[in-house]
Design a protein around this ligand. Structure first.
Ligand SMILES: Cc1cc2nc3c(=O)[nH]c(=O)nc-3n(C[C@H](O)[C@H](O)[C@H](O)COP(=O)(O)O)c2cc1C
Length: 176
């Protein structure tokens, strides 16, 4: 069983999850950062299972990962992502569904995982500026509260969950 972990990460949260998965799984394995690929070129045929990591950008996977995801065919895939929002509620589930739709139907998506990741300082500043213009706007207040809440993520528990997810995927893929 040979695994590839291919991820996109702007501020390091998804990278952290990707490396935790890489460290935890057994067998042949490689890890690559999408931003370091040359012409998005990977020989997927070398791998039995591909873990694909993305960060959530405006309600969907970031555009670098989307460009790569759209061009994968006939593979077993496991998806993982990080987002600023909490995993309480349906937001994360909806994101995972939307990201699945990015892929060609000839792939087999074996599982999907998402957790919270800290939101960059720059986004907070942007929301603070917006709040000055629209002090009554509840969505902006919510995003600012969410910024605070997000700062400790991904935490130890989420890392453990990601590791468990990855081990389950390997066990499942080995029996397929
Ligand atoms: C431009 C931008 C857009 C974002 N859009 C969303 C979003 O729509 N929903 C969300 O939950 N988080 C959003 N986030 C937060 C990121 O998804 C979150 O911080 C993620 O963990 C970043 O991952 P990374 O550290 O691997 O880059 C956004 C962050 C940025 C910078």
């Amino acid at each position: 069983m040979k695994s590839l972990i291919l991820y996109s990460s702007s501020t390091g949260n998804t990278k952290k999850i990707a490396h935790s998965i890489y460290d935890a799984i057994q067998g042949g394995k490689e890890i690559k950062n999408i931003s370091e690929l040359i012409d998005n070129n990977v020989d997927y045929e070398n791998y039995d299972i591909i873990f694909l990591g993305y960060w959530v950008d405006k309600g969907i996977c970031d555009k670098n990962s989307k460009l790569v995801f759209e061009n994968i065919h006939n593979k077993k895939l496991a998806l993982f992502g990080t987002m600023g929002a909490s995993t309480k509620g349906n937001y994360g589930i909806n994101i995972m569904d939307k990201v699945k739709d990015v892929f060609s139907k000839d792939n087999e998506i074996v599982g999907s995982f998402i957790c919270q990741g800290k939101i960059a300082e720059g986004l907070k500043v942007k929301y603070e500026e917006m709040l000055k213009l629209h002090p009554e706007n509840e969505h902006i207040c919510e995003q600012l509260n969410n910024h605070e809440e997000s700062q400790s993520h991904p935490d130890e528990q989420e890392i453990s969950e990601a590791v468990r997810f990855a081990k389950d995927i390997i066990a499942k893929a080995s029996n397929m």
